[in-house]
Design a protein around this ligand. Structure first.
Ligand SMILES: [Zn+2]
Length: 438
């Protein structure tokens, strides 16, 4: 009796004294603040079981992860741009990990696990959606509805590829595609906004990931864009590969094996950047390519070739013609879309150029020239550009400058200077630009 009692006590001491180690580890932690959400990514040593719940007053999110322990610090994250004000962790019962996020306000949390891919191992993704932001989107919609009455600006959606968890291609000296394409995108935005009758919206404007589906949705539904341009930098195992190329969506097969592989690589962005696999592709799958899209595809091709000829002036082209492949980010049925591979980041010379501000500006100007050319010649109905385009006068027999000025209710001086006219002589068939009198 006595001996077995000792044995029991000894067993008890053993089970209390020897810690029950969690077999899994959290090896890394990253945070990506976006304008409407904050993403937290845990690198886990294997698949994990987890659960979430929120607490009010103050707002907190509790993440319980089974059978893991932290093998990394959690205090290195910069919380300033995020929805978090603090973060702590504790081991529960020796085995399970509890992470508590102190929040700046209420959030809608979402979580999902990601399987390993070429870039990463197992990941647990926690998305905190800012629940105060929904009204802003509604306001945008109302604003754009009421402004439909008068002539509107042509809206160009600029999509800087990759971001956040997805760095895109990485150059031999460590330059990341996601950074240089964002810099080029911002320069293009500056040029578009300077253009009368045009306005740009940035689909991504920071270092965070947006799924391919959401990029399309933001451009079509939220911003009601007239045109979508996705900016990338290519890579190839042969470092000698160089030059710019321009792509449109292919309704059938890709135009070349290289284009097919490229689309495959760009489409993998969702897996690397982190998209939950449940309910994937519901928009894009339902958007079947059919004949009604011919116009959109034709228009995309037209802008693409203009952009390609603009890029010819900046450097060498990788392909002399516009190529096609099944890029998911170009799959809007009604929104003309192109994808520009500005250069090969895998080529050390081009990698260096991509970082250079003056070169970035040249690339942006080349894209701008193609877009401007197209939209001034083919302005969508109801836009300022369409209105300005109509204001042309073709000289017929008997027209005089003063009569034309009177007819359009502008001054003779304005009419003369808008058309660089030194005297009153006109010839039949001459086209005069009719400016708005300011
Ligand atoms: Zn890319």
């Amino acid at each position: 009796m006595v001996r077995s009692g000792y044995r029991l006590i000894a067993l008890l001491i053993l089970s209390i004294g020897a810690p029950v180690w969690a077999s899994g580890t959290i090896d890394g932690l990253r945070m990506w603040p976006a304008p409407d959400h904050t993403r937290l990514v845990f690198d886990t040593s294997g698949p994990v079981e987890h659960s979430l719940f929120t607490l009010k007053n103050p707002d907190r999110l509790v993440i319980d992860i089974k059978n893991v322990r932290l093998a990394t610090g959690i205090n290195h994250l910069d919380l300033s741009q995020s929805l978090l004000s603090g973060m702590r962790s504790a081991q529960r019962g020796g085995k399970d990990l509890r992470v508590v996020l102190d929040l700046k306000g209420a959030v809608q949390p979402k979580s999902f696990a990601l399987h390993p891919n070429e870039e990463y191992g197992h990941r647990l993704v926690i998305d905190l959606q800012d629940s105060t932001l929904t009204p802003t989107l509604t306001q945008t919609t109302i604003k754009s509805l009421s402004s439909k009455q008068k002539a509107r600006e042509v809206v160009i959606a600029i999509d800087a590829g990759h971001g956040g968890e997805d760095p895109g291609a990485i150059g031999p000296n460590g330059v990341r595609e996601k950074d240089v394409v964002l810099a080029i995108a911002r320069r293009l935005k500056g040029l578009v906004d300077n253009e009368p009758g045009m306005r740009a919206v940035m689909i991504r404007d920071g270092d965070y990931f947006i799924s391919l589906k959401k990029r399309v949705k933001l451009a079509r539904e939220v911003h009601q864009a007239d045109f979508f341009i996705s900016i990338h930098a290519d890579s190839f195992r042969d470092r000698r590969a160089y030059g710019s190329s321009v792509y449109t969506l292919s309704p059938n097969g890709a135009s070349s094996e290289q284009a097919r592989l490229l689309a495959e690589k760009e489409n993998a962005s969702d897996l690397i950047g982190g998209v939950s696999l449940d309910g994937k592709d519901d928009l894009l799958a339902s958007v079947l390519l059919d004949l009604s899209q011919t116009a959109t595809l034709e228009m995309s091709g037209d802008v693409a070739s203009r952009v390609l000829s603009g890029l010819k002036g900046v450097g060498k082209l990788h392909k002399r013609r516009v190529e096609q492949a099944a890029f998911r980010v170009l799959k809007s049925p009604d929104l003309p879309s192109i994808l520009v591979e500005t250069a090969f980041i895998s080529n050390p010379t081009e990698e260096r150029k991509l970082q250079n501000g003056a070169h970035q500006q040249k690339l942006a100007q080349a894209m701008m020239s193609g877009v401007r050319d197209y939209f001034t010649q083919n302005p969508p109905p109801g836009t300022i550009l369409a209105m300005n385009k109509k204001r042309e006068h073709v000289i017929s027999h008997g027209d005089t400058l003063s009569e034309i000025a009177r007819h359009y209710q502008i001054s003779l001086d304005t009419l003369r200077s808008a058309n660089n006219l030194r005297d009153n002589s006109l010839r039949i068939g001459q086209v005069l630009r009719i400016p708005t009198d300011s």
